[in-house]
Design a binder for this molecule. Sequence first.
Ligand code: SF4
Length: 487
Amino acid sequence: MDRTRLIFAGQLGDIFDDGGPMLLVEARSVFGRHRMHRAKAHVMLSAIRHRAAELGSRVEFHQVDTYAEVIDGRTDLEVIDPTSYEARSFVRSRPIEILPSRGFITTEAEFAVWAGGRKGRLLMEDFYRNTRVRTGLLMEGDAPAGGQWNYDHDNRKSPPKGAVTLGLPEPWWPVEDEIDAEVRVDLDRWQAEGLVDLVGQDEPRRFAVTGAEAQLALDDFVASRLNDFGPFEDATLTGDWTMAHSLLSVPMNLGVLDPRHVVDTVAAEYSAGRAPLASVEGFVRQVMGWRDYVWHLYWHLGEGYRHSNNFLGATVDLPREFVELDAASIEANCLHHAIDGVDRHGWAHHIQRLMIIGNWALQRGYDPVQLDRWFTDMFVDGTPWVMPANVIGMSQHADGGIVATKPYTSGGAYINKMSDHCGGCRFDPKVRLGPKACPFTAGYWAFLDRAAPKLAGNHRMAQPLAGLKRLSDREQVVHQEALRDGL
Ligand code: SF4
């Protein structure tokens, strides 16, 4: 007897389909567990319903309150191992045959072999190079293409001076259909009935949710933005919310776009002489390196990783402006635009997440568990597996150095270098004391002052901590930031 394959919301593409019967459940309770960005609920529901329509009579599609209503009592199911501890616990507590996970370039078995042979920290760079060698991607024989593994030094350009945008063509956008219209009606009704707690604006859907849409989005990225992706990867402009980013994390995390296909397509552009190696390598590093790495760390570090790490003792509750996505009263111009972007799109690009939102949260000591939850629920590409290593580890250093060797923090000068935000701000990135004191610049020193005892043994922090000791107005800056009210 053919088993029926249960598919979850991260498994909605052809790589999870081996041709047999399928079971797809839209469980409303998933959307009502926490406050969630409307755009995130929309892309998830739209993706599920589009997949149900694509599979037609090959799928049993149920729109119910809970998974258990449909699954309990069945003995004919199989599942590709799902993407969260909660879902794995659910399927393991029932008579369901479990198949190895898919949707990543390195399998869990391959990662286990690699990790098992190593002592000490599992470095992303080592993992990435190992994967390059194993797959042969961007390799010339035994050597990396172009002779270097890493082109980061070419990929840290400031935005063009005086530019409002990068001047690239408008990205490909999905055309909404009757399924999206139904999703909108349902979300309005659920919200009115108190079944969900949605925040964020209801803008047109901006992210691909089917395999066909994802291919169009990938083609568009390769044709219009890949060449500028690398150089401006770390830059941000007020008038350009997408910059040269791919906008492909949503379809990859929904399972409708195979990451191996993505990196093969991008690498082929370099081979054909149509894209510079620095951009191609930078992009492949993000997908084949970092994305796979955080997926594997999610399992490797264990279910308790999120909750058991608070190295810096950060306990401040998230402010109302974050919880309600209300940027109106945020005076720090860079943060205003980042939170406003999350409000409008349920998305902000990599450097806004890390250099602006994450940096702000680290400096103010926001609770890392709350922040992880916030990123998971407010971002269209937020999943339980993707955020912990990114937020708890990389961004907030709450794990004390498992993922990143030092806290990612900077003052306003670096934000000024990489953005156009400071010109329109009431603060001055060079000033750390007084009414014009930039909250990132002053916040940087106040953070170092607070975290110094914890960071004293970290040799990568020796220079910043020596700078803190020399700071003539250290006490006044710390006092000022302790009294700072509002964002
Ligand atoms: Fe952000 Fe400071 Fe620049 Fe204002 S001056 S935009 S707060 S970095």
